[in-house]
Design a protein around this ligand. Structure first.
Ligand SMILES: [Zn+2]
Length: 338
């Protein structure tokens, strides 16, 4: 089959690879309904994460099960399924505590920018719908797999509640999904930090009540103004740079909570600042599996349309153009038809 392979930074190709096959009795093979490019795929693409040999790219997926290993019980061929980028057994102590992204058997999904993919730990990882959903819901269900699940975790980890004041740092796809999640959780005030008109528009559509275009000290001052000098109850850090962490800490009120889901790069935290600022923090790779049944239900009922985050759709053969468009921020998130 033709699939996406990163050979070295900047060198991404759609090329012939072996079809995936069952390697363990707990595996499943799915035929993808669609795939997409993640912001985190840009780290190796930009050379900011080492590439040791050809990498099979793609970890967001939904589709139809075509084959299962001998020990798989919870899903069967013909079912439509969604899974997370973290493959998990959903039975170990960390999974049962709701942190499937720290499963003792955790593996990270790869090779999903392709027509077919192998999913390890299929019983713990995949959630099936009752019926095969209509094609128009595929972008929304695909978004649940990672980008919405991660934005949702940011809001959950930041303890967004009915009536909360929320700041979302980062207007990438995850930040925009964080806005949607905060609205669904009943936040009263959702302040999105964004400097780009098209992203500001989408943030408003997903539920942002205010937009702050300023950054750094000016951004902090604007948010203090908007919150009568108090700061935010919940801050969603959706970038992962030293600047974005600094922004998140500065706008969070004492006793407030920061949910951080941007993979930190060159971030170090000052213990005394955390101590005297009384900041609560929870983050990491999102345990999307915990949220999958609820989020899939919201999509199937037509309550949320997270698929609007895809603003460019390309055939898999043009995957290189998709990476370029996201790298140059011409696209928020690219969906790939396979
Ligand atoms: Zn587990």
């Amino acid at each position: 089959m033709l699939a996406t392979v990163l050979h070295k930074p900047g060198d991404i190709r759609c090329e012939e690879v072996a079809d995936p096959k069952i390697l363990h009795p707990t595996d499943a093979i799915i035929k993808l309904s669609a795939s997409c490019i993640c912001g985190s795929d840009l780290w190796p693409y930009r050379g900011l994460q080492p590439v040791d040999g050809p990498m099979h790219m793609g970890h967001e997926y939904c589709g139809i099960v075509v084959e299962v290993g001998a020990e798989v019980r919870n899903v069967r061929p013909g079912q439509f399924v969604v899974g997370s980028f973290c493959l998990s057994d959903n039975t170990c102590p960390h999974c049962r505590f709701g942190f499937q992204s720290s499963c003792v058997q955790r593996e990270f999904m790869s090779g999903a920018q392709a027509p077919y993919a192998r999913v390890a730990q299929a019983d713990g990882t995949l959630v099936a719908t009752a019926e095969v959903p209509p094609a128009e819901l595929v972008p929304d269900l695909l978004a649940v797999s990672d980008v919405l699940g991660t934005g949702w975790y940011a809001a959950d980890a930041a303890e967004v509640r009915q009536g909360s004041t929320v700041v979302v740092v980062g207007d990438g796809a995850v930040g925009l999904m964080g806005v949607l999640a905060a609205r669904e959780m009943g936040a009263e005030r959702i302040i999105a930090m964004s400097r780009h008109a098209s992203r500001q528009r989408l943030a408003r559509e997903f539920g942002a009540t205010d937009i702050v275009a300023e950054r750094g000290e000016e951004g902090v001052a604007r948010i203090k103004d908007l919150t009568r000098g108090v700061g935010a109850d919940s801050v969603l850090e959706c970038v992962g740079t030293a600047e974005s962490f600094d922004q998140a800490l500065a706008v969070s009120r004492p006793g407030g909570t920061i949910g951080y889901v941007g993979v930190p790069h060159d971030v170090s935290l000052d213990g005394q600042r955390l101590f005297f600022g009384q900041k609560r923090m929870l983050g990491g790779p999102a345990p999307v599996r915990r949220f999958l049944p609820d989020l899939m239900d919201r999509v199937l009922k037509g309550r949320i349309k997270p698929g609007k985050v895809f603003d460019l759709q390309l055939p898999l053969a043009d995957v290189a153009e998709g990476y370029r468009a996201m790298d140059e921020r011409r696209a928020i998130k690219v969906m790939l038809s396979v």
